[in-house]
Structures are given as structure tokens and as C-alpha cells.
Design a protein around this ligand. Structure first.
Ligand code: ADP
Ligand code: S3P
Length: 284
């Protein structure tokens, strides 16, 4: 059964050309690889290895070790003990820094870091998000993104950088709310500058035919943000980079480093966990 379901979507890492399964294929077919005694196949071996490494890095159910005698506990240590193993799910628009800030956070907390896009790519045998979109379509990608989040929600002590569109499916919130959800709120202008600088290679929803790079990206982000704004607001914690800049008296938000944002995320998570939930969003 496992082999039959997956034969259509297995992609050799050399070619990574997805052959999309029929639309009637239930997305939950990914779970067939969790069955015991499945027939060996190269895909399942890769998937199991990936999950094994992720779980091992998570050092399940062991609380973070106390700092060595004489060493002061860091903010990361403090928040880690308040979290009691709960994972962090970072949400936000493309380019908001979920990956960059997420890696810093994971180190501070002693958590493992997982990028949900990379997880889907791994499950798809190495095909890029871009290729999955172009050959199988967005809804196919969304099904696998949901399955990835379901699985990741079962694992403790992770910082998960989600894809920007993960917030649009209500079921994904049920998965992400197993941990603490954090929205990185960054002005569209800054996002467009960042993405135009690195290109839209891995962001198929921002690729348009005409216009300069910045304008194309800005218009794409603007349209998406109109649809997604209310969904991002469902996060447990919001960290507004604009408000952080104001509170630090920094004029240009591009001067706010990923490390400064990661520290602010820790501060806001701690407030949230203590029931003193005030985001960095300030009154006008
Ligand atoms: N605070 C920041 N200041 C400047 N550039 C940033 C900042 N955070 C992220 N970037 C840059 O923006 C780009 C997108 O960041 P990334 O972490 O990949 O975003 P996401 O995972 O949310 O799509 C990267 O090139 C990254 O180096
Ligand atoms: O906003 C979106 O719909 C998407 C964001 C991307 O992730 P990043 O937010 O990490 O760029 C990736 O999941 C895909 O291109 C779709």
C-alpha cells in the first residue's frame, strides 16, 4: 500500500521532478510511512532518517540542563524552563525573518530548528518548493505543508519556521497551537527590499512577468497580506519590528538585527507565558 500510494510522488534526488499524484489522493497518505513493518523503499528510509535525526536533536522530555554553577542563566534558559518543552511556531509573511530569527532562537533555547518548507522538500525527495508549486500546484503543496505541521506539532522542543502561507488553513492552527505561535510583523516595504535583494527563486507566489524586482515583490506581498492579515493576528504573541525600532529609538528598521528581534521574541514569549501578554504593538 505504501509503495503504491507513493510511487507517483517519489522523486529521485538527482532529478527531483515531481510526478503529481491524482488530485483524489488523500493528503494524509504521508502517514503510511509511519506504519511499522512497511516494505523498505528508499523514500521511507530517507523520511525515517530525517524524523529520527529531528527527534534525537529534540532530546525529548529532558528539560534543559541548569546553567553550570557560577554561570548566570540567560534569557533563553529562563524562557526555556517556562516553555516546559513546548515548541515555538514562527509565522509571518515571506521574508519576515522566520528562518533567520528562528535559528538564533533555537540556539538560545537549546531547541532544534526546523524549517517546514525544507521538511516538505525532504518528504518530496528533494524537490524544491518552487518545483512542487510549478508541477503539482499550490493546493498540493498546502496538503503536504499541513501534514508536515501535523507531524512537527507532535515533537517537543523545536523552533519551527513555517511557510508564509501556513496560516491560511484553520487546521494548521490546531497543529501549531500545540506550541506557542509567534507572528513576526515586518512592514511590507522592508520585506520587499529583502526579497528583491535575494531574488524570488524559492518564492513562486512572488514571481511576475513585468516590473522591477522591488515593485513586483511589493505588489505580490501587498495582495497576500490583505488576505492573510487576520490570520496572522491569531498568533499567541506578536512581535512588531516597527514598534521594536520605536522602543529602541532606531529610525531605520533595517538597523534592527535578527538577534535583537530574537531577544524581543523571548521577552514577549515570557510575558505571554506569565499571563502578562502585551505585544510590542504600542498605542499610537
Ligand atoms: N532583521 C533582519 N534585517 C535584515 N535582513 C534580514 C533580517 N531578517 C532576515 N533578513 C534577511 O531577509 C531574507 C529573508 O529572511 P528569512 O529568514 O529567510 O525569512 P522567512 O524565513 O520569513 O521567509 C534573508 O536574506 C535574511 O538574511
Ligand atoms: O507565503 C507563502 O504562501 C509561501 C511562503 C514560502 O515560505 P517563506 O515564508 O519561508 O518564504 C513558501 O512556503 C512558499 O513559497 C509559499
Amino acid at each position: 500500500m505504501c509503495v503504491r500510494v507513493w510511487v507517483g510522488v517519489y522523486i529521485s534526488p538527482d532529478h527531483a521532478q515531481p510526478t503529481c499524484p491524482s488530485p483524489s489522493l488523500p493528503p494524509a497518505s504521508l502517514s503510511c510511512f509511519q506504519q511499522k513493518n512497511e516494505a523498505p523503499c528508499s523514500f521511507s528510509v530517507r523520511l525515517i532518517r530525517f524524523i529520527f535525526i529531528t527527534v534525537r536533536r529534540s532530546s525529548i522530555s529532558s528539560p534543559p540542563p541548569p546553567p553550570p554553577a557560577g554561570k548566570k542563566a540567560t534569557k533563553g534558559d529562563e524562557v526555556s524552563s517556562c516553555l516546559d518543552g513546548r515548541s515555538i511556531f514562527l509565522v509571518g509573511m515571506m521574508g519576515s525573518g522566520k528562518t533567520t530569527v528562528g535559528k538564533i532562537l533555537s540556539e538560545a533555547l537549546g531547541y532544534s530548528f526546523v524549517d517546514s518548507d525544507k521538511y516538505v522538500e525532504q518528504v518530496m525527495g528533494g524537490a524544491s518548493v518552487d518545483r512542487i508549486f510549478s508541477q503539482c500546484g499550490e493546493s498540493f503543496f498546502r496538503d503536504y505543508e499541513s501534514e508536515a505541521l501535523r507531524r512537527l506539532s507532535l515533537m517537543p522542543q523545536q523552533v519551527v519556521a513555517t511557510g508564509g502561507g501556513a496560516v491560511i488553513r484553520p487546521i494548521n492552527w490546531e497543529y501549531m497551537k500545540q506550541g506557542v505561535t509567534v507572528y513576526l510583523d515586518v512592514p511590507l516595504d522592508a520585506l520587499a527590499k529583502r526579497i528583491a535583494a535575494v531574488g524570488t527563486e524559492s518564492r513562486p507566489l512572488l514571481r511576475f512577468e513585468s516590473g522591477d524586482a522591488y515593485t513586483k515583490v511589493f505588489v505580490g506581498l501587498f495582495t497576500l497580506s490583505k488576505k492573510r492579515g487576520p490570520s496572522y493576528a491569531s498568533a499567541d504573541v506578536t512581535v512588531s519590528v516597527l514598534d521594536l525600532a520605536r522602543s529602541l529609538s532606531v529610525e531605520d528598521i533595517s538597523d534592527i538585527t535578527p538577534t535583537a528581534i530574537a531577544i524581543e521574541v523571548l521577552v514577549q514569549i515570557e510575558k505571554y507565558l506569565r499571563g502578562d501578554n502585551v505585544s510590542t504593538r504600542m498605542l499610537p
